[in-house]
Design a protein around this ligand. Structure first.
Ligand code: 9MJ
Length: 672
């Protein structure tokens, strides 16, 4: 049968594109398209070749793993090829994989799989001879990789000698080298400060760091490893399953994922996907899916592999966190402190599980650094609840019609001059509370949950109130009547009355909340709390000089200046007076908390509490002067463990940090 020229042409185009993207990704460490786009092209080519086997060529990218070895490193031949994984993208495809496995093995019984996170890093093979590390190589094309031994030796989680019993004459340990998110952020900050290349994502930073000719640079990079397999093995029996192999690796001192589990049957696979998916954003490293491997070694051997991937394993890919789209416009938003944030209006794109049509561009310098122009095709990233951002322009897709963004010299909302101070990245509207945008944002912040906590006062309502000139500053809120409120859009009599009641209730507050609610620049919850503890009398705080304020813990010279400036502005003093006149008040409780047993202690909450939510507990602990941290370290004083406490509890135990139960927490909170 002859194949239409159209199909032949398409296959050739796909090969060319994929080869180019492969080169950029694997060889040049400079990806041009998001992984999701690459995956789509790859799958399209795979499908074309499956439907038309005559099209398959030996040099098709579907026939090899990854890119070619760079010539700057010596070449290493893998004793056993390094395979890659086939992907599935939903439950149906996973079911089909499981069915294929069972058909191949000619069995109806539920299969046991080893499940582990799919790390987004670089695959590595580390060879140990008589327990001593002799070589480390990247995957390269699967048969030959690059010799990165000296670089891998600098990674502290890679053992240089294996420990314990049962050390074979030769073993290749396979795993993934990656850079944790926090290390990536820190590295980029330092790259930026030193005018060096900023990395697009942790995977690229890991690749760029491992493939350094100067291993001293690699040594300074926060690289880590998780081991997930055995390659060549000599002088010992191959362990009977993947999970026992992992235990063996762990006993030799190799790092394996704490998330590794065995699961039996498809439902258990789906539960694992669901649970890991929920934790994806809070894991300290990027993962792009889950890997399932038939656990039993004998069954793995029966299944074997096809061209580039084992039949006994599959990667279930999570929704991509990076996608490609077009910047249709760049507009500026005016924030609470007058900061002008350029925002890219995007052609809507599905990324990180939602449709995104806006992405922050941070500030003018960022736009210049990334050279983003209106009309450009860009990569947007949305990871977790973080605001989506433009990470990179795809230079080869730039049309001739692109336009450069110019920061306005006048505020787009109030027309006041826009200022940018020396050494500051941010441009600001100088209009202060004269600017409607700043007024709205200030009032929204004032009413927010951690500030005055006014129930039922949403952003849209504030907008209507400010635009309709019913309120000019936060104190006007407390003078609103149910009649005035009921006349607004989408407000009934009942919700108007509820809001008036909520406003009445909110008048009784705490000094910490009140100070936070004022929206003083760089005064967050923690600083507001320190201020309230040192100055339980607001009038004294309002008189304090910057020199006096820097004496307070958490208050540096810049914040001290912001606070002094804020309280010296006649307008701000008037608003505070009006708030007190309408009845906003607080008890002198914070004074007592300085003496609390918990004062200054660092506490971590984990697991489920029965009598209150974790955020309630946090708030109460903070009010007693404790610090509440998100992760356990040597500096943690106590871990409060509710039911089903997980890794934080084990970490506390391993570090010897005191662990208490909910009853102790309740006792602390009810102390006089
Ligand atoms: C990653 N990337 O985390 C494998 N992988 O197994 C895990 N990759 C793999 N396993 C065989 N966890 C080939 C690749």
């Amino acid at each position: 049968m002859t194949i239409s020229t159209e199909i032949t042409q398409r296959a050739a185009t796909l090969r060319e594109l994929i080869n180019r993207y492969n080169y950029l990704y694997y060889v040049a460490d400079n990806p041009e398209v998001p992984d999701a786009e690459y995956d789509r092209l790859f799958r399209e080519l795979q499908q074309l070749e499956r439907d038309n086997p005559q099209l398959l060529t030996a040099d098709s990218p579907t026939q090899r793993v990854g890119g070619e070895a760079l010539d700057k490193f010596a070449e290493v031949e893998h004793a056993i090829p390094m395979l890659s994984l086939d992907n599935v993208f939903d439950a149906t495809e996973l079911t089909a994989f499981d069915k294929r496995v069972r058909e191949w093995l000619n069995t109806d019984s539920a299969q046991t799989y080893a499940a582990e996170p799919k790390l987004d890093g670089l695959a590595i093979s580390i060879r140990y001879e008589n327990g001593v590390m002799v070589q480390a190589a990247t995957r390269g094309d699967g048969s030959r990789g690059e010799d990165v031994t000296v670089n891998v030796r600098t990674i502290k989680s890679v053992p240089l000698t294996l420990q314990g019993e049962n050390i074979p004459a030769v073993v290749e340990v396979r795993g993934e080298i990656f850079m944790p998110k926090a290390g990536f952020e820190k590295l980029n900050q330092s790259q930026l400060a030193n005018n060096k290349k900023v990395f697009v994502n942790p995977r690229n930073a890991a690749a760029g760091s491992l493939r350094q000719l100067d291993s001293k640079i690699t040594a300074q990079r926060p690289l880590e490893i998780y081991c997930y397999g055995l390659g060549y093995l000599e002088g010992m029996e191959r362990p009977p399953s993947h999970s026992t192999a992992m235990q063996q690796l762990q006993q030799w001192g190799c790092r394996i994922s704490p998330e590794l589990k065995t699961v039996t049957g498809l439902d258990a696979c789906e539960d694992y996907i669901q649970q890991l998916g929920e934790r994806r954003d809070s894991l300290p490293y990027d993962i792009d899916g889950v890997v399932f491997k038939v656990d039993d070694t004998a069954l793995q051997e029966r299944l074997g592999f096809v061209s580039r991937a084992p039949r006994w394993a599959i990667a279930y890919k999570f929704p991509a966190q990076e996608e490609m789209t077009v910047v249709e416009d760049i507009e500026v938003q005016v924030g609470r402190t007058g900061a002008l944030t350029p925002v890219a209006r995007l052609k809507p794109v599905f990324v990180g599980g939602v449709t995104v049509s806006n992405a922050t561009l941070h500030n003018e310098d960022e736009i210049r650094r990334k050279d983003v122009r209106i009309g450009d095709t860009v990569i947007v990233r949305r990871a977790g609840d973080v605001i989506p951002e433009v990470v990179k322009v795809i230079a080869s897709k730039r049309p001739d019609t692109v336009r450069e963004f110019v920061m306005p010299v006048q505020c787009p909302v109030c027309g006041s001059d826009v200022e940018r101070e020396e050494g500051e990245a941010v441009s600001r509207c100088s209009g202060g509370l004269f600017c409607g945008a700043q007024r709205k944002e200030a009032i929204i912040h004032f009413a927010s949950r951690k500030a005055m906590d006014i129930d039922g006062l949403g952003d849209k309502l504030v907008e209507q109130l400010v635009d309709g000139e019913l309120i000019h500053d936060p104190s006007d809120l407390f003078l609103l009547t149910a009649e005035q409120l009921a006349s607004l859009d989408r407000m009934g009599q009942k919700s108007a009355e509820n809001l008036v009641n909520a406003l009445q209730a909110a008048k009784q507050t705490r000094l910490t909340r009140f100070l936070f609610a004022l929206g003083i620049r760089e005064v967050g919850e923690a600083t507001a709390r320190s201020l309230a503890m040192h100055y339980p009398d607001l009038d004294e705080l309002m008189q304090a000089s910057a020199e006096q304020l820097v004496e307070i813990e958490d208050v540096g010279p810049i914040v001290a200046n912001h606070i002094e400036t804020f309280f010296h502005q006649p307008h701000n003093r008037e608003v505070i007076q009006r708030l007190r006149d309408v009845g906003v008040n607080w008890p002198l409780e914070e004074q007592a908390s300085a003496d609390s047993v918990l004062s200054g202690k660092t506490i971590v909450l984990t697991g489920t509490l029965q009598t209150m939510s974790r955020s309630e507990a946090k708030e109460k602990l903070l009010a007693l002067g404790a610090k509440v941290a998100g992760s356990v370290s040597k500096k943690t004083d106590f871990v409060v463990a509710g039911s089903d406490a997980g890794s934080k509890l084990s970490k506390a135990e391993s570090l010897g940090v005191s662990v208490v139960g909910e009853d102790t927490l309740t006792a602390w909170l009810t102390q006089d």
